[in-house]
Design a protein around this ligand. Sequence first.
Ligand code: GCU
Length: 598
Amino acid sequence: MLGLFANIAGAQQTLIQNIQGRKILSLNGRWNYIIDPYEMGYYDYRHDPFDQSASGKGGFYDDRKGKDKTELIEYNFDLSPTLKVPADWNSQADKLEFYEGSIWYRQKFSISPQSGKKYLLYFGAVNYEAHVYLNGKKVGTHKGGFTPFHFDVSQMLNNGENTVVVKADNTRKQDEIPTINTDWWNYGGITRDVYVAELPETYIADYKIQLAKGDLKKIEGFVKLEGPARNQEVTISIPGAGISRTVRPGADGSASFSIPVKKLEYWSPTNPKLYDVSISSGGEKISDKIGFRSIEVRGQDILLNGKSVFLRGISIHDENPLIPGRLRSQGDMRMMLNWAKELNCNYVRLAHYPHNEEMVRLADEMGLLVWAEVPVYWTISWENKDTYQNAEKQLSDLIVRDKNRASVIVWSIGNETPLSEPRYRFMSSLAKHARSLDDTRLVSAALEVHRNDKEVIVNDSLAVNLDLVSFNEYGGWYWGGVPSNLSAYYFNIKYKKPVVITEFGADALAGFHGDENTRWTEEWQEAVYRNQVTFLKKIPGLRGTTPWILTDFRSPRRQHPLYQDFWNRKGLISEQGKKKKAFYELKKFYDEMELKYK
Ligand code: GCU
């Protein structure tokens, strides 16, 4: 089997920054598909991959039609149904709702490749393992369902009609990231945008333009060119701030810069100021919208632009509850973030994996701080080198993709990972890696608590390597009995750092009412929020919360026929968009915190 991220058509040098700012041909739309549970399109009956056979032929990627009626061909894309791209497959056909395995996608497109141009085939995300073919030839593979990837196909394009075929496989496996067990729906398919980008031979591959670490008076960053003339001049200009700087990259195409700033309007949730920024080199000019803010911790305070802030947050999955499936468009995403705004949030935890780039750009625009996370979730294969590589690569791609987003303030390296030495090493390496890529943001993880009678203890040594003490605790649902019992509990938190509660909450079936000691009622959930707020306020270093969760969401682990029916019901909003009583309990707390930290 090829290396983890190998591709035949030339390795993915640098994950391209700001694909939307390029000249792109969208391949979104309806793609023909073939369900392939036995991977007939990939392996021969000896289970040897066709694309590694001498001819490299034989798989569904050949897209054969059959020249005459004697020929035996047991698939046909033209006669096959279609799926929408970008979208998960589970929400598009009843027979695919629970489907886990391989599906082949095919799309045709026309293009006239120009000489002196470079062409990248770009995917926003494919869950989970993608094998990509162009005009019957293997382009490459990618693993990881939530981060972008692209291939250089400049030498593979036809002048005219082209055929791209993708085998997407969302089979869960122990050694992968995430591993086999998650509390979210394993939505499969080409879930985010697909483009062919046309670039100059030498192009601006990547750039970072942000305030220097903890410094409101200096913009620091780098640019990176790819291509033969990679040491040609590059100009960064921010007209709104009176900034224009020209740099000359070295032989490797990269150049860093540090620009003192006189006057700058800083980005914050109350003033989400985005500057028009352009980066130009040779004939190419890219525009972006970038906000400038500093984020740091000092003692038990979190300082945004030097001022202590309380993170009034909510956790969110990348799922539209009204039409179950991955969020499909900016409209869906804006709906979710507007609900967070109605809660008086200034912060969201995008759980448990990188969400769509558009969601993060929307948070920039709407003024919501973001906790971003990689799906190192529950019990991973801590001692498997490939598993670590995979996790580190997903973390790299997340940071590379979103490093210019002012809204993103925390890189989270995982959720509820069990204590052990191999886990400690794995997670500490990830924390170090995140800092090596970006030292201007906080690094953390959602830790777990353990209890000794009424004492709730946080002493996970991983916290030493993190900027926050952030943990999940489910008093009033998974422990503690009825909600009012919480008043008897108290915290013992070992580390003097800002405390951010990454999850607390309870399930409630919207519209099911009773007394607060009856599980599944809105009253139980409301009482959990009321008692949790009192409980959490006892923590001197409390600087934020992201209760679990904004809306009910699909989960294959939730099988109670009446109360759940494959929904996790911890949402403050139901799958019909109905606000539950607890919604208002949390809003009350946030209105109070807003005043306190004004
Ligand atoms: C966990 C986990 C979530 C899960 C939640 C729950 O803490 O992080 O992914 O959905 O608890 O049990 O509802």
